[in-house]
Design a protein around this ligand. Structure first.
Ligand code: AMP
Ligand code: ZN
Length: 112
């Protein structure tokens, strides 16, 4: 399958990994939009949030918990933002679901 993030999971493409276990990988975003900007992805290929099923609920919870734990480790005690872009209107560019975690600066609302 020609998926960039599956290749990062497999190690075929290098990434600055923060964390890995049997279900998820977390790595620094290649184009950081904040002093802290990393992605948490499932090892399982799921193209978009439209494609998650009942069987993925625990996996999504694990992604959120991993994001929270790593954000704290990265010094985001004052807060952070998580973003999951879905499909075209959501501005998704890599079609393997990922949670952005951004921190160490003030975030604003509404997003663009
Ligand atoms: P999205 O636009 O929500 O699909 O986010 C995709 C993110 O993946 C962007 O923030 C990119 O900077 C990031 N990205 C793309 N290629 C890589 C890579 N090889 N390593 C790390 N992050 C990447
Ligand atoms: Zn994939």
């Amino acid at each position: 399958m020609d998926c960039l993030f599956c290749k990062i999971v497999d190690g075929a493409i290098p990434a600055r990994k923060l964390y890995e276990d049997d279900q998820v990988v977390a790595f620094h975003d290649i184009g950081p939009q904040a002093p802290v900007h990393f992605l948490v992805i499932p090892k399982k290929h799921i193209a978009t949030l439209h494609d998650i099923g009942e069987e993925d609920k625990a996996l999504l919870g694990h992604i959120v918990h991993t994001a929270q734990r790593l954000a704290r480790e990265q010094g985001c005690e004052e807060g952070f933002r998580v973003v999951m872009n879905c499909n075209e209107h959501g501005g998704q560019s890599v079609y393997h679901i990922h949670m952005h975690v951004l921190g160490q600066r003030q975030m604003h609302w509404p997003p663009g």
